[in-house]
Write a protein that binds this ligand. Structure first.
Ligand code: FEO
Length: 163
């Protein structure tokens, strides 16, 4: 059974993952409003990914006999600036999530919660990918610039994201 300390920390991470979903959905909406349907699609898929992350943690918590306590999700901003600024915010947010996963992993270790440690390994690996992808998009957006055909090409490319 999961202990109370880990239960609270996993519940907090569930909240962060769901907040991430809310944030990326808000970003998707703004991109759609600017006719960047490809970026909007990428961000919407990302929002769905974050919900899956939250559910993965919910399953772990419940399987371990923990109690699910959902928290408040803050209202996300409704404007994120330029395309570059938006994806810089995605990268910053992923870095924040990585730090949070790292702290949770350390906590599992200090609590000798081996089952949580193993479950969290998936998230440690996932965050490497999440940050790498966000970094790559930031680099690509910076390279093509906000004006001209390059940004539309990139929009089309990200619009092909499957899952
Ligand atoms: Fe669930 Fe993008 O971190």
């Amino acid at each position: 059974m999961i202990n109370a300390t880990m239960q609270d920390a996993v519940n907090a991470q569930i909240n962060l993952e769901q907040s991430s979903a809310q944030l990326y959905l808000a970003m998707s909406g703004t991109m759609d409003g600017k006719n960047f349907h490809g970026f909007a699609h990428w961000l919407r898929v990302q929002a769905e990914e974050e919900t899956k992350h939250a559910m993965r943690l919910v399953d772990h918590l419940l399987e371990r006999g923990g109690r699910l306590e959902l928290g408040t999700i803050e209202k996300p901003p409704s404007e994120f600036g330029s395309v570059t600024q938006l994806f810089e915010k995605v990268l910053q947010h992923e870095q924040l999530v990585t730090a949070s996963i790292g702290r949770l992993f350390e906590l599992a270790r200090s609590q000798k919660d081996h089952a949580s440690e193993v479950a969290l390994q998936w998230f440690v690996t996932e965050q490497v990918e999440e940050e790498a992808t966000a970094s790559q998009i930031v680099a690509q957006v910076r390279a093509v610039g906000e004006q001209g055909g390059g940004i539309w090409y990139l929009d089309g490319k990200l619009g092909k994201r499957g899952s």
